[in-house]
Design a protein around this ligand. Sequence first.
Ligand code: ADP
Length: 475
Amino acid sequence: MQAKMDIIHISAECYPVAKAGGLGDVVGSLPRFQNELGHHSKVLMPMYRTPYLYAHDWEVVHKASTNLGHWWFDYTVIKEKTNVQGFELFLIDINGLLDREKVYGYEDDTERFSAFQIAAVHWMNTWNALPQVVHVHDHHAALVPFMMQHCYAFKRLQYIPTVLTIHNAQYQGSFSWEKTLYIPQWDSWKRGLLEWKGSINPLASGIKCSWKVTTVSNSYLHELRHMSNGLEPLFEYEKGKCTGILNGIDYTVWNPENDKYLTEHFSVQDAEAGKEKNKGILCERFGLDPQKPLFIFIGRLVGEKGADLLPQAIADSFKFIGRKMNFLVLGNGNAATESQLTMLQSIAQADYNVFIGYDETLSHQMYAGADFLVMPSRVEPCGLNQLYAMRYGTIPVVRSTGGLKDTVIDVGDPGGYGITYNDATVGDITHGIYRAVSLYNQKEIFRSIREKIMDLDFSWHRSAAEYVSLYQSFQ
Ligand code: ADP
């Protein structure tokens, strides 16, 4: 029996409290699975004004004041009373700074997440029993290891092992040295541990200071050494402490047999009929033809996801393959891509529709009702969409990169079950769609692949255990 460990996750997102992408899904599940393994894992995150806040009961566990440079602020730590998520959930409330509706996208995000991290470390510093591992996620929490090790006020925390998980290295949270006072008084000899290319770079600092760094897939880790928005030499230099641990998916949330967002449930045994009903509902709502294969895209409409390629790829598919398929897109992000996708409606008529926005319910219904999921990502740290899609019997048509490379094997290769292509280009995507339409018409093979993907195991059990082994290497 492994010794029980105390672990705290510090993150900007955690589903269902607040989620903007995969980070939220991971932090909302991993701690529960670590607890199921017999550990004591909890989550600390900012208190935003999301519906979850009002729907749950909270108790105040700590109140104090501290400062962000010359600005003194009060903060309150509240805890969800019943541990309904399967772990203790703590939120830091900083009046006027964190308590807003959205997670990101404000001009003062640097101030918001710097103050959040200061309050987090300030609070941990008051604990009698210190955690055995502080596990921070992405740049919004990546200054924590530096603060624990090199800020005078927090020296009590300096020997606690720290892990940084990088869910996305494109965003690094850089800010200017003019804001140096945002880091509580620190040993100025350690300047190099904050700096990258002339700025304070929280993600780079987290990579330098954390005891271990993980990325959410192995292939992504290799790619970061060649393409990581300026951090390439750092990933090369620090490769010895970096590991890839593939994300799992949470089958209590993502299960077509009892998904709370679906009215028509199904399992691998009745997938054909179950998916047909879900497809019927979707096609009715969006004016599509249920006789044709349905291709979906779900995600942030940004360059990383290859979303800008979609309008042309859809138009070219109609032109070169014919009106043999439907497309339904759900997402928001880049304004030009949003408007191109909206304009496409006028030429694509009954074979295409788009929903601009973020809609958790619709996303589940789309995974359930679609035949294929298109993911032409330029960069994909792990990718959860393809894992959800497969669980719901929807075949992924993906660009082979990062986590997509690690989780989707092409049907043409031994043991394969998806459609892959090498480049994030309109030509490659269109060819992938062409192959998918051909597969759809070979009914027996199509059905057997659908059954196969629904049975693949991407559960958290394996990944949660891998994180725990990593922590145990510190002991
Ligand atoms: P990333 O974190 O880079 O955005 P991931 O594939 O890791 O990408 O995770 C994306 C998550 O966000 C999935 O749960 C996906 O279903 C969800 N998602 C993305 N965009 C939307 C949207 N517009 N509406 C609903 N869910 C979305």
